[in-house]
Write a protein that binds this ligand. Structure first.
Ligand code: MOS
Length: 746
C-alpha cells in the first residue's frame, strides 16, 4: 500500500515491522472482553432516561408506574438520588467536565439523563424508564450559534489563550495587495465509537472496581474517586479493550457516575451501556463552529496577514469549545497573524475533545480559505502553499524539531498527478460525463507527550514482562507498544508479555492528543533500558563476564544479549547475567521523557499534504470522493500497517466531515432528530474508493528519544479542505459550510 511496507528494516528490530494486531484474533473470534461483556453475579441493569427537551425542568415523572413493574428494583431521580461526596460542578482533574447527575430537575440539554432505572433485566429497566413518562415545563432552547452572544471563555485543557496575535495587523492589512474575507461553518458532530459508553461497577466496602472503556485509566480513577469521597487508589479500572474512543472516553461522564452511585446504593454490581441514541448528548461532541477568515497577500503572493476568528458552541454550564482557530497558529507564515476563540452558550451537552479537536474544523476552514486566496492570486493552490508555509513557527520563530512538509507536498502531488491539474474550475469530465475536480489541503497536528510510567521485568528464562496502564482504543497500541518494549531489551516480540489496560499498573498516561505511542512507548523503552543498564553494571563488575571492565555506556541490547557496540563478539546473554547473579528476575522502571530544552526551544508538529479527486453528477449533483492521496511525515513509524490504518481512518473521517456528518436539531425542542446511524450519516465502504497513504521518512531527534510523533488525528486535517476545494474545482462553486450536501450544488 505504501513505501514503508517494503522499506528494508534494520535486522533484529521489532519496530518498523508491519505486524498485525496481537489482539486481532481475540477480537474477530469474540473472545476479547469489552466492559459490558462482564457479568458479575447478582447484577442489576441500569437504564438512563434522557430528556426529550433541551431547556426547562422536569415537572413530573410517573415513578409509581415504573416501580410497579415487577422487574424494576429502583428508580433514581433528583428526589431520591443519594448524595455524592464530590461536587459534580467541580473539575477534579484537568480532563474533567461538569457533569449532569440528577442534581436537580433542571434540563440543560436534550439527552441529559433525568432518571435512572435499575432492573433485574435490561428489558425490565428499559420498560421501567419508558413508564416514567416525563412531563416538562419547557423554555425556548438556544441551539444555533446566533442564539446567544459569543463570550471569551477560560482556555480549557486543550485551549490556547482566547486571543493570540503576532505582528502588526493594521500595517499588514494596509500594505496587502489583495485580500479575502470569508466565513465557513462546520456542523455539530457526535463521536460514536462502535462500543458505546459502558460500565460495570462493583463496590467492595469503600473499594470500587470498574470495568469501563477508558482512554486515561489512572486519571479516570482520580476523577471517579472524587465523586465518591474515596482515595483514587481505592478505584481499580479495567479497560483491556475499547471499541473506539475518539476523545469521548478520556473523561468521567454523568451516566457512568450514576451507574457507580447506583451500585453503591443497592450494594449490587450495576451494568450500564448507553444505547446508540443515548450517545447524542451526555458524552461529548464536536461543537459547531463559525469561522471568519481574512487573508491578504502582497504583490508576490506572499501572505501579509491571517486573521482567523472562531466561534464555537459550548453548553450553558461548562466551558469546553472547539478551538478551531488554533489551526492557523502553526502552519503558514504571514507578517501578521491573529486568532481568536469565542464560545456561545447553548442548550446542548458540553462539547469535548473529538479526534483532532480544533485542528479538524479549523484546518477545514483555513485550507478552503487558502484555496480562495490562491485563486485570487492566480496561482496554483500547491504553488501558493509552497510560497507560504512557515519555515519556522509563526510568531515565535522557533525552529521545528523536524519538518518534512515539502517532501509531503512533493510526493503526494507526484503520486496524485497534480501537475496535470488545469488551473481553472469546471475543466474536467470523465467518460461518464461526471464533473471531475482536484483539490488539496495541508495537514498539521501537534505532537505532545504526556506523563507516563512503565515497568519492565526480565525473567530468568529470558522472557520479559512489560507493564503500563496504557489503553488500546483499537488503533493497535497493544501491538506497537509491545514492539517498542521488545526492542528496548533486544528481544524478539514473542518473548515479550505485555500487560496493559488496568489502572493498578504503572500509569500509562492518556491515549489522546496523538501522543500515546510517543508517551507510553517512551516510558516502556526507558524501563527496558533501565534493565539493560543494571545488567550492564553487574556484568561490567563481574570478572566472570566477557563484559568485565567494559564501559556500560557502550553496551547495546541485541538478540537477547548485551554487546559492546562495535565489538559484537564481546557480549553475554541477558539470562546468563541474571543467572550468575543468582536473580530470578530483574525489574526496571521508566518514564516518558522529552528534554525540557527541546520542548522549550522547538516547535513540534507532524505534517502532511492531502490530495482529493471528486466526481460529481452534473444533473443530480451527487458527489463521490473517488481518490485520496495523503502524504504524511510523522517521525519514526513503529508499525507501518497500524500507522497507515490510523492515517487512513483519519482521512475517512475527513470524508465524513466534508460530506456526511451533521447532528440535525429540531429548533423547537432542541432534540437531535437524527440520533442514530440511520439518520446520522457516516461513510460506508461504498463511499471510500481509492485511498492511498504515503509515509515520508523523517528522523526527528528532538520530540523524544525514539523520534515518535503521532498519527491518530492528523489524517482528518487537510482532508476536509482538500475535498471542498476539489468540489470547487469540479463545479466552480465555493460551498462555505460542512457537510456539503447535494442541495448545496443544485
Ligand atoms: Mo483524542 S480527541 O486526543 O482522543
Amino acid at each position: 500500500m505504501s513505501d514503508t511496507m517494503s522499506r528494508p528494516m534494520r535486522f533484529g528490530s521489532n519496530s518498523g515491522q508491519p505486524l498485525t494486531r496481537r489482539d486481532g484474533l481475540a477480537k474477530v473470534t469474540g473472545t476479547a472482553t469489552f466492559a459490558a461483556d462482564n457479568h458479575p453475579r447478582n447484577l442489576l441493569y441500569a437504564v438512563c432516561l434522557p430528556a426529550t427537551i433541551a431547556r426547562g425542568r422536569v415537572a413530573h415523572l410517573d415513578v409509581a408506574a415504573a416501580e410497579a413493574h415487577p422487574g424494576v428494583s429502583h428508580v433514581m431521580t433528583p428526589q431520591n438520588r443519594p448524595p455524592l461526596q464530590g461536587d459534580p460542578s467541580e473539575k477534579p482533574t484537568m480532563f474533567s467536565f461538569r457533569i449532569e447527575v440528577l442534581q436537580d430537575d433542571t434540563v440543560r440539554y436534550a439527552g441529559q439523563p433525568i432518571a435512572m432505572v435499575l432492573g433485574e433485566t435490561i428489558e425490565a429497566a428499559t420498560e421501567g424508564a419508558r413508564l416514567l413518562n416525563p412531563r416538562y415545563e419547557t423554555m425556548t432552547p438556544r441551539i444555533a450559534l446566533d442564539q446567544n452572544e459569543p463570550e471569551a471563555l477560560e482556555p480549557g485543557a486543550l485551549g490556547r489563550p482566547a486571543d493570540v496575535e503576532h505582528g502588526d495587523m493594521q500595517t499588514a492589512r494596509n500594505s496587502a495587495a489583495q485580500g479575502i474575507d470569508v466565513t465557513y461553518e462546520t456542523a455539530p458532530q457526535y463521536h460514536n465509537a462502535m462500543e458505546t459508553h459502558a460500565v460495570v461497577a462493583q463496590w467492595d466496602g469503600d473499594r470500587l472496581i470498574l470495568d469501563m472503556p477508558s482512554q486515561a485509566l489512572v486519571l479516570s480513577c482520580a476523577g471517579y474517586a472524587h465523586f465518591f469521597g474515596i482515595p483514587a487508589g481505592n478505584v481499580t479500572l479495567r479497560s483491556p479493550f475499547l471499541g473506539g474512543g475518539f476523545g469521548s472516553k478520556a473523561i468521567p461522564t454523568g451516566p457512568q457516575v450514576l451507574a457507580i452511585l447506583a451500585a453503591r446504593m443497592t450494594g449490587r454490581p450495576v451494568k450500564l451501556m448507553l444505547t446508540r441514541q443515548q450517545m447524542f448528548g451526555p458524552v461529548g461532541h464536536r461543537g459547531a463552529t463559525r469561522q471568519r477568515l481574512r487573508l491578504g497577500t502582497d504583490d508576490a503572493a506572499a501572505l501579509s496577514f491571517i486573521d482567523h476568528e472562531g466561534v464555537s458552541e459550548t453548553s450553558s454550564f461548562d466551558d469546553f469549545l472547539e478551538p478551531a482557530a488554533n489551526a492557523s497558529q502553526g502552519l503558514y507564515a504571514a507578517q501578521a497573524l491573529r486568532s481568536t476563540h469565542r464560545g456561545v452558550r447553548l442548550d446542548v451537552g458540553t462539547p469535548s475533545p473529538m479526534r483532532a479537536p480544533g485542528e479538524a474544523s479549523g484546518s477545514a476552514a483555513l485550507e478552503c480559505a487558502m484555496d480562495e486566496m490562491a485563486e485570487a492570486t492566480g496561482l496554483d493552490p500547491l504553488e501558493f502553499r509552497l510560497r507560504n508555509y512557515a519555515e519556522t513557527e509563526p510568531g515565535t520563530g522557533k525552529p521545528y524539531s523536524s519538518k518534512a512538509l515539502r517532501e509531503c507536498y512533493a510526493e503526494g502531488a507526484r503520486r496524485f498527478g497534480w501537475s496535470r491539474r488545469p488551473l481553472a474550475p469546471r475543466q474536467m469530465q470523465d467518460a461518464d460525463g461526471m464533473l471531475v475536480g482536484w483539490g488539496m489541503g495541508t495537514a498539521l497536528f501537534p505532537c505532545p507527550m504526556f506523563a507516563a510510567d512503565a515497568r519492565a521485568t526480565l525473567r530468568a528464562d529470558g522472557t520479559a514482562l512489560f507493564e503500563t496502564s496504557a489503553a488500546d482504543m483499537g488503533q493497535g497500541a497493544w501491538t506497537a507498544l509491545a514492539q517498542i518494549a521488545a526492542d528496548s531489551l533486544g528481544l524478539p516480540i514473542e518473548k515479550i508479555e505485555f500487560r496493559s489496560g488496568n489502572s493498578t499498573l504503572p500509569d500509562g498516561g492518556i491515549a489522546g492528543g496523538s501522543g500515546h505511542t510517543a508517551t507510553a512507548g517512551s516510558a516502556l523503552d526507558a524501563s527496558g533500558r533501565d534493565v539493560i543498564r543494571q545488567l550492564g553494571s553487574m556484568a561490567a563488575a563481574d570478572p566472570a563476564s566477557p563484559l568485565h571492565g567494559a564501559d556500560n555506556a557502550t553496551f547495546q541490547a541485541r538478540d537477547g544479549r548485551i554487546e559492546v557496540e562495535g565489538d559484537p563478539a564481546r557480549g553475554e546473554d541477558l539470562a546468563a547475567i541474571l543467572h550468575r547473579a543468582g536473580l530470578e528476575q530483574l525489574e526496571g522502571q521508566g518514564s516518558a521523557f522529552r528534554k525540557p530544552e527541546d520542548a522549550e526551544n522547538r516547535a513540534m508538529n507532524a505534517h502532511g499534504a492531502v490530495f482529493a479527486e471528486v466526481k460529481i453528477d452534473p444533473d443530480l449533483c451527487q458527489m463521490r470522493v473517488t481518490r485520496l492521496v495523503g502524504a504524511f511525515a510523522a517521525g519514526r513509524i513503529i508499525n507501518p500497517r497500524l500507522a497507515e490504518s490510523q492515517l487512513m481512518g483519519g482521512m475517512i473521517w475527513g470524508v465524513s466531515f466534508a460530506l456526511h456528518e451533521k447532528a440535525q436539531h429540531d429548533p423547537r425542542t432542541g432534540r437531535i432528530m437524527n440520533a442514530d446511524f440511520a439518520g446520522y450519516h457516516i461513510p460506508v465502504n461504498a463511499d471510500i474508493r481509492d485511498l492511498e497513504v504515503i509515509t515520508i521518512h523523517e528522523d526527528d531527534p528532538y520530540v523524544n528519544a525514539l523520534g515518535i510523533k503521532g498519527v491518530g488525528e492528523i489524517g482528518i486535517t487537510g482532508t476536509v479542505g482538500a475535498i471542498a476545494n476539489a468540489i470547487w474545482h469540479a463545479t466552480g462553486r465555493r460551498i462555505r459550510h460542512f457537510p456539503i450536501r447535494i442541495e448545496d450544488l443544485l
